[in-house]
Design a protein around this ligand. Structure first.
Ligand SMILES: [Zn+2]
Length: 69
C-alpha cells in the first residue's frame, strides 16, 4: 500500500496520549485495560481508546514521512 515508503513508528504511549492536546495520562490518571473510553482532563475531549490510539499512530506516521523529505 505504501510501497517503498514503509515506515515504522514508536507506538509507545499512543493509548494514553490525548491526540488533541498531547496530554499524557500518568500517575493517578493512568488508564487501565478496563478504560475503553476516557476524558482528557486538559482539553476535556471524550476519547474512545482505540480510536485515539489510531489517531496518534497516524499522526506519528505522517510526521515521520514529512521528516524524510
Ligand atoms: Zn487533551
Amino acid at each position: 500500500m505504501y510501497g517503498k515508503n514503509f515506515v515504522t513508528v514508536d507506538s509507545r504511549n499512543t493509548t494514553r496520549t490525548c491526540h488533541a492536546c498531547g496530554h499524557i495520562m500518568s500517575g493517578k490518571e493512568k488508564l487501565t485495560l478496563k478504560d475503553r473510553e476516557w476524558i482528557c482532563p486538559k482539553c476535556v475531549i471524550h476519547h474512545i481508546r482505540d480510536v485515539n490510539a489510531a489517531k496518534n499512530i497516524l499522526a506519528r506516521v505522517k510526521s515521520k514521512l514529512v521528516s524524510m523529505h
